[in-house]
Write a protein that binds this ligand. Sequence first.
Ligand SMILES: [Zn+2]
Length: 201
Amino acid sequence: MAHASIIKKAITMFAANYNKNDAWIDRTLPIWERALENCKDKIVLDAVDEIMFSPSGYGTPKIGDVLEAAKRLGGIQAEKIHKSRNWCDDCRYHEGVRITVARYYRIDQNNKSVSSERVASCTCKDALEVHKGLMTYLERLEKLKADSRIKLHAYLYTYQGKNGFTWEEKDPVGYAEHCKRIDEQRKNGKQIQTFTKYMEK
Ligand SMILES: [Zn+2]
């Protein structure tokens, strides 16, 4: 029921709050549209608000968190649809989705270190049915391995008991650089602003 423009608005607010770029929005929007299709417009916006204004342990909240908030706010009919799905243990938390993180070097770009996060479908029956448009997490791995421009050195994906990744897990290189910058700023007596709350678990 939620209007596509409302979901777009919600995800844009979310992206601004968690420092996500347009590519992230493009990748994530189809998931949100599917997950929130039976949610009322107001509930979608309220749920995102609630998530953004609650303290977060680390990283970016997931669509699962938005759905939880929507359920708490009482306006979700999608619950029935999603609850009736037989998600496997490894994808239940993200409702058929496996979050993947590939870390690799771009051989064609001076061995630049890259960390790339994508949502992928689980391979269980219901996930394949619900998330038809998405690559599975295993297909993504195959695709990365087959890409001659890159040298893959780590591939992470969510599973039962591991529902997300810390910044350090996702991008050790970027994280280390960030810590170094923060240290330097501290030394220079500057005010530390963004991101530090995500580092302190
Ligand atoms: Zn599954």
